[in-house]
Design a protein around this ligand. Structure first.
Ligand SMILES: Nc1nc2c(c(=O)[nH]1)N[C@H]1C(S)=C(S)[C@@H](COP(=O)(O)O)O[C@H]1N2
Ligand SMILES: [Mo]
Length: 353
């Protein structure tokens, strides 16, 4: 694994945007403060009392709602797994330069909010509405373009089941870094879809041309031409590294004998139906035992009984979903480093107890 040429700019991104420590895979809902973070620009200061959500564009009745008005609407609470589209970027070769995630840009929140669909129906989407754009209160420069952070969804996805406007996380208020006072939550899609500090919802007759859709979250080849948009999370599984870590390398040391390997798996393209484990770097695989699904949109726990003798091992796990989509051994390289769902590799040295 190469890590050459990490710049101060990348280190700055890495220290602002924390990953979820992998030992936090022990919790079905990631505790507050251990959920990963990805913030393109600055966290905006928002006065919740002055806050308004505007719904406009190709709608019959444009609306402006206060937070109090939103909170009077039907409330739902559900665990939803987020993963950053750039998760695994720093494991690609050559390494795309950006937030240098290894595998830790994931977490599951218990989100509280109100369903989006009825709000859009009440506003009255005009026939011919193609997309719905969501704009945050944060502003920055990216790719030379000054912009408010904004992302759109095809109208059918915006009207999808369980798309929420969320004001709560893990039973408490939404913290500033996660988008207070209001954010979009779109289960199954990569993290960039979940627009934080949401202030405007705009129905559009034409596809949105904003930076984050047209230029940002695309699969690029070496020619620099924007390819397919990044949409739903590919299946992925992570193992909670067993034993104890080396301080610097985080390589694991484990005592010989029985050990229960555990992890979690998710997919945005269908329910996870199988998880396999390899202890020899992917040369051979065996089925893990699946736990209860934590909800339609939450990762699923799994476990695997192992009883190694002393020696060096490389642990891997691999998820497959109901569509048959699964994980490969090597990243699918693309210039911005998105949607890498190659299997995680955890080297472990097993020693005499
Ligand atoms: N307004 C706004 N929304 C945003 C972002 C942002 O920078 N600004 N980052 C996105 C990205 S890339 C991800 S992965 C998720 C991360 O959400 P979290 O920090 O709450 O885990 O938020 C998304 N929503
Ligand atoms: Mo992200």
């Amino acid at each position: 694994m190469s890590s050459d040429g990490i710049s101060h700019a990348e280190l700055g991104l890495a220290t602002r945007n924390a990953g979820m420590p992998l030992e936090a895979l022990q919790w079905p809902v990631t505790p507050l403060g251990l959920h990963y973070l990805l913030i393109h620009y600055d966290i905006p200061a928002v006065d919740p009392n002055a806050f308004r959500l505007l719904i406009d564009g190709t709608v019959g009745t444009p609306r402006s709602l206060s937070l109090a008005e939103l909170k009077l609407r039907p409330e739902v609470r559900m665990p939803i797994t987020f993963e950053c589209a750039g998760n695994g970027r720093a494991l690609m070769e050559p390494r795309p330069v950006s937030q240098p995630w290894l595998v830790e840009a994931v977490g599951t929140g218990e989100w509280t909010g109100t369903p989006l669909r009825p709000l859009l129906e009440e506003a009255g989407l005009e026939p011919g509405t193609a997309e719905v754009a969501f704009t945050g209160l944060d502003r920055g420069v990216e790719g030379g373009v000054e912009q408010d952070y904004a992302r759109s969804l095809p109208v059918s996805d915006a009207l999808g089941d369980d798309v929420l406007l969320a004001w709560g996380l893990n039973g408490g208020p939404l913290p500033p870094q996660h988008g207070a006072p209001l954010r979009l939550v779109v289960p199954g899609w990569y993290g960039m879809t979940n627009v934080k500090w949401l202030t405007r919802i705009t129905a559009l007759a034409e596809p949105f041309t904003g930076y984050q859709n047209a230029t940002g979250y695309r699969l690029y080849g070496e020619d620099g031409v924007p390819g397919e948009p990044v949409t739903r999370m590919r299946p992925r599984s992570l193992l909670r590294p067993p034993g104890i870590p080396d301080f610097m390398t985080r390589a694991r040391r484990l005592a010989a004998g029985p050990v229960l390997l555990e992890g979690r798996a998710w997919s945005g393209t269908g329910a996870v139906t199988r998880v396999e484990v390899s202890t020899d770097g992917g040369a051979s695989w065996a089925d893990a035992k699946l736990g209860e699904a934590g909800g339609r949109w939450a990762w699923r726990g799994w476990s695997f009984e192992w009883a190694p003798g002393p020696g060096d091992y490389e642990l891997c796990s691999r998820a497959t979903d109901e569509t048959g989509a699964t994980q490969g051994g090597e990243p699918d390289w693309n210039a911005k480093g998105y949607a890498n769902n190659a299997v995680q590799r955890v080297p472990v040295t097993v020693v005499q107890p």
